[in-house]
Design a protein around this ligand. Structure first.
Ligand code: PLA
Length: 479
C-alpha cells in the first residue's frame, strides 16, 4: 500500500481527537496498526506531534524515534503536506536566467549571472579543460566515493595555485584543506564551523555578492556590513572601509573578496591591502578570503592571488574559499576548495577534522569529475601555462567589451560618465543604473541584469554590445 494511502486509511480509523492531534489524547493512546505496520505518535510533549510509520516501537521514546521508517504526517487534517508553503521569490541572480529563458524576444540578452560567453555568445569550454577531460575518459577511471575531504591531489594543487609554491605554511604542513561544492559550498561549510566555534557575526563588504547574506545567515551567523564602495564617486570608499574595520569587535571574522570584487569590480590597491592587513593585525581579525575570480582580475591567475598571499606572509591565519567555476569554466561541475592556515601541523589536523565533521552529514563527500580535471591541469606545468593563457584570453575579451560599451555610450552622447566601466575589473560592470532603469531595460529591451545595476560583462559580445549600449542610453538619458 502506498504510504500516503496507508496514512489516509489510518487517519480514518483514528478517533477525531487523534486526527486533530490532541496532545492529551496522544499522551494516553497507543499505536494504531494496519497490516504489519503501526502509526505511532512521538514527540508527545510538543503541540505538533509527529506520527511515524514503521515496525512496532519499543517502550523508550528514543527507540520510538529510532524505529521510524518514514514520517507520515503531523496533522492529519491538512489536504496536503505542503499547503502551508508560500511561494518564494525567484533568486535575484539565477532567477534572471529563468526569466530570460522564457522570453521569446529574438535579441534578448542575459547579463545577469556571471557565466562567461565566447564572442559568439556561446558557453565556452577552455581547450585545456577539453584536453584534460579526453585524457580522463581514456584512463577509464572508476567512480568510487571520494574521501570526505575530497581528492587529496586536487586539494594539494588547488592550494598551491592560490597560496603559491613558496608559501611557508604550506611547506610547514600547517594548512588544512578540503575540496568543497565550489565556492558556495566552501563558504557555507566555513560559516557553520565559525558559528559552532563561537562566532556570532560575520562582516561583509557593502555591497557584496548577494548570496553571501543567506549563506552565512543560514549557517547561523548574523551578517554585518562594512563600508566598501561610494556610489556617488563610483570608487572604493577606502576611508570608510578602514574606519569600519577599526571599529568592529576584536577577533571578528571579516570576509574579503580576494580579487575582482563582485559586484563593484573595484579592488583595493596593494598599498591599501597592506593597510587592511595592518588593521586586521591590530584588531586580531580573522580574514576570510572568497577567491571566486582568480585569473579574471588581471588576467594572470598568479597575480590575482597577491593580496591573500601578502596576508599569509604578514602572519595572518587566514581562511580561504576558492571557486573553479569562472576561471576554469567548470560552473556546473562544482569544483572548489576551503582551506585554513593554522599555527602548527597539529592545529591544522584538528581544524581539518572539524571541517570533515561538518561535511559528512551535509553532503558526505564531493563529486569527482571536475576536481580530476583541475587536478590534471594544475599537476602539469604545460597544461597550467595553457590554462593561464586561455584564462587571460577570457579576461581580455571582457576588457575589450568594457571599452566598446563605454565608447558606444559616449558616442551616443550620454550625459553620464561611464569611466567606471573601464576602471572596474573582473566579470562585472557596476553600472550605477537605478532599479527603475534596470526594470525598464528588462521590460522594454529584454536585457536581463541584476536590480543593483550589475552587468555581467562576460555576456557582452561584439554582436550585442551596441544593442546593450543603445538600450542603456534609452533608459538612462534625461533621468
Ligand atoms: N563568491 C563570489 C564572490 C561569487 O561571485 C560567486 C558566484 C561565488 C562565490 C560562488 O560561485 P560557485 O559556487 O559557482 O563557485 N557568483 C555568480 C554566480 C557568478 C552565482 O550567483 O551563483 C554571480 O553571478 O554572481
Amino acid at each position: 500500500m502506498m504510504l500516503r494511502q496507508a496514512a489516509q486509511a489510518l487517519s480514518r480509523r483514528l478517533p477525531t481527537t487523534a486526527r486533530r492531534s490532541s496532545p492529551s489524547f496522544l499522551a494516553t493512546t497507543s499505536s494504531v496498526g494496519i497490516d504489519n505496520f503501526v502509526l505511532t505518535p512521538v514527540n508527545l510533549q510538543s503541540k505538533r506531534d509527529i506520527w511515524v510509520w514503521g515496525s512496532p516501537p519499543s517502550s523508550s521514546s528514543s527507540n520510538r524515534r529510532g524505529f521510524a521508517d518514514a514520517v507520515v504526517d503531523h496533522e492529519m487534517t491538512h489536504d496536503s503536506h505542503w499547503s502551508q508553503f508560500p511561494m518564494a521569490p525567484p533568486d535575484p541572480i539565477i532567477g534572471l536566467t529563468e526569466a530570460y529563458l522564457k522570453d521569446d524576444f529574438p535579441d534578448k540578452v542575459n547579463v545577469g549571472v556571471g557565466a562567461y560567453r565566447c564572442d559568439q555568445g556561446m558557453p565556452f569550454v577552455l581547450p585545456v579543460v577539453r584536453e584534460a577531460e579526453n585524457e580522463l575518459v581514456a584512463e577509464e577511471l572508476d567512480h568510487e566515493y571520494s574521501g570526505i575531504a575530497g581528492c587529496p591531489n586536487f586539494v594539494d594543487v588547488a592550494l598551491k595555485f592560490a597560496y603559491g609554491d613558496d608559501c611557508v605554511p604550506l611547506k610547514e604542513n600547517r594548512v588544512a584543506g578540503v575540496q568543497t561544492l565550489s565556492g558556495t559550498g566552501g563558504l557555507r561549510v566555513f560559516g557553520e564551523v565559525l558559528h559552532q566555534f563561537g562566532h556570532k557575526h560575520i562582516y561583509v563588504p557593502n555591497p557584496t555578492w548577494g548570496n553571501h547574506i543567506p549563506i552565512f545567515t543560514n549557517a547561523g551567523l548574523e551578517v554585518r556590513k562594512y563600508r566598501y564602495y561610494d556610489n556617488a564617486t563610483s570608487n572604493l570608499d577606502f576611508n570608510g572601509l578602514l574606519d569600519d574595520l577599526q571599529a568592529i569587535p576584536e577577533g571578528s571574522c571579516v570576509l574579503l573578496h580576494a580579487c575582482a570584487h563582485n559586484p563593484t569590480g573595484m579592488d583595493p590597491t596593494m598599498e591599501q591591502w597592506k593597510q587592511i592587513s595592518n588593521v586586521a593585525k591590530e584588531r586580531n581579525l580573522l580574514p576570510f578570503f572568497d577567491c571566486a575570480y582568480q585569473g579574471f582580475a588581471s588576467g594572470d591567475a598568479r597575480k590575482d592571488a597577491a593580496a591573500l598571499r601578502m596576508f599569509v606572509e604578514d602572519g595572518h591565519n587566514i581562511a580561504l574559499v576558492q571557486s573553479f567555476s569562472k576561471n576554469f569554466g567548470l560552473y556546473g561541475q562544482r569544483v572548489g576548495a576551503l582551506s585554513v592556515v593554522a599555527d602548527t601541523p597539529d592545529e591544522a589536523k584538528r581544524v581539518l577534522s572539524q571541517l570533515k565533521v561538518h561535511i559528512r552529514p551535509s553532503y558526505s563527500n564531493p563529486p569527482r569529475h571536475g576536481a580530476r580535471i583541475v587536478s590534471k591541469i594544475l599537476s602539469s606545468e604545460k597544461k597550467t601555462d595553457e590554462f593561464v593563457e586561455q584564462c587571460m584570453g577570457m579576461a581580455k575579451r571582457i576588457d575589450s567589451m568594457r571599452i566598446k560599451l563605454r565608447n558606444t555610450l559616449e558616442e551616443l552622447g550620454s550625459s553620464r560618465s561611464w569611466e567606471h566601466v573601464t576602471k572596474q575589473i573582473g566579470m562585472f560592470a557596476y553600472s550605477g543604473m537605478s532599479k527603475d532603469e534596470v526594470v525598464a531595460l528588462r521590460e522594454k529591451h529584454h536585457i536581463y541584469c541584476t536590480l543593483d545595476g550589475r552587468i555581467s560583462m562576460a555576456g557582452v559580445t561584439s554582436k550585442n554590445v551596441e544593442y546593450i549600449a543603445k538600450a542603456i542610453h534609452d533608459v538612462t538619458e534625461g533621468k
